[in-house]
Design a protein around this ligand. Structure first.
Ligand code: ATR
Length: 288
């Protein structure tokens, strides 16, 4: 019998990860002889464990999650793994795979974010003005994604405004693009956004909610996107739904970010029909 292709997600804690269920769904769909485990690895053992998985236990690769998404960077530099351009810009990695005798350290969050936006809107939205709430790791991936996909004006707001300023300094725009900083969420009424996305942990189970007044939104076509998926419908999204604004939940970003690793490890580019997406969403939500 053919050897099983092994993959995993590594993090700490990891027992609540939805990724094993997500990958199992895709493995079943494509009838692949593969595995995807959730493996808890402590920070102090990260390098040793990664080497063991890649070079002794013959893993095809794995996802990396909290708290290792940045530390993996140092290890990759030390060990001459190939760090993709995307990871160099976003400064965090979530997917490792082997290609042409190299270990590749990549990030698929930016792709997952955008694919979910396209999937939820049938690629039919205005790419003019966006507002990103937050300036952490997820925000970097999303800013990268919006710039790459030609959004013209991207506003960023964050509790620590210096971090938002830093993003503006760091990220390169084309001559038709501009990054602007908004100091106070209460001043959003002056702007006609096509997309507002929460990239912070606010609204997540056991976290304070995101304080924003969406009644100030003048554009009734504004898409309200929350990358938080637990709960699936956050207070931010509830407020938007009550105002009849289009909403996008974070579960799709989780689903689509998984595609890069799946394709690289198992050599099949996954696709989901609307029905399969709904079915998989239900499976994942039931595990929350
Ligand atoms: P991730 O990798 O998930 O983006 P992160 O890099 O720690 O995680 O970023 C968390 C984001 O949530 C940041 O924008 C953070 O704001 P600060 O940069 O000001 O810390 C935001 N955040 C977390 N808790 C918050 C809170 N209680 N109020 C406002 N913003 C919060």
């Amino acid at each position: 019998m053919q050897n099983i292709i092994k993959s995993a997600v590594i993090g700490d804690p990891i027992s609540h990860s939805l990724s094993p269920f997500l990958h199992q769904y895709l493995l079943n769909k494509y009838k692949i002889h593969g595995s995807y485990q959730a493996i808890e690895i402590k920070s102090q053992n990260l390098e040793e464990q990664i080497n063991k998985m890649l070079f002794k236990e013959n893993f095809a690769g794995f996802n990396i999650t909290i708290p290792h998404k940045e530390k993996i960077f140092e290890i990759a530099l030390k060990q001459n793994f190939k760090i993709t351009k995307t990871v160099q810009i976003i400064k965090s990695a979530n997917t490792i795979y082997k290609e042409n005798n190299e270990i590749i350290v990549d990030n698929s969050d930016y792709f997952g974010f955008y694919k979910n936006l396209e999937f939820a809107t049938n690629i039919n939205f205005n790419k003019n003005k966006a507002l990103i709430i937050g300036a952490g790791g997820a925000s970097r991936a999303i800013l990268y994604s919006l710039l790459k996909n030609n959004f013209k004006e991207i506003h960023i707001t964050n509790r620590d405004i210096e971090k938002a300023d830093q993003l503006k300094k760091e990220f390169i725009t084309t001559k038709n693009q501009e990054i602007k900083i908004i100091k106070d969420l209460n001043s959003i009424n002056d702007n006609d956004f096509d997309l507002i996305v929460n990239t912070t942990s606010l609204g997540m189970k056991n976290q304070p909610k995101l304080e924003i007044d969406l009644q100030k939104i003048t554009n009734k076509n504004t898409i309200i996107y929350d990358i938080v998926y637990n709960p699936l419908i956050t207070d931010f999204l509830k407020q938007a739904q009550n105002l009849n604004l289009k909403t996008i939940t974070g579960i799709g970003m989780l689903i689509f970010q998984a595609f890069l690793g799946f394709e690289k490890w198992f050599k099949i580019k996954p696709e989901l029909s609307n029905e399969e997406f709904e079915e998989l969403t239900k499976i994942l939500i039931n595990r929350l």
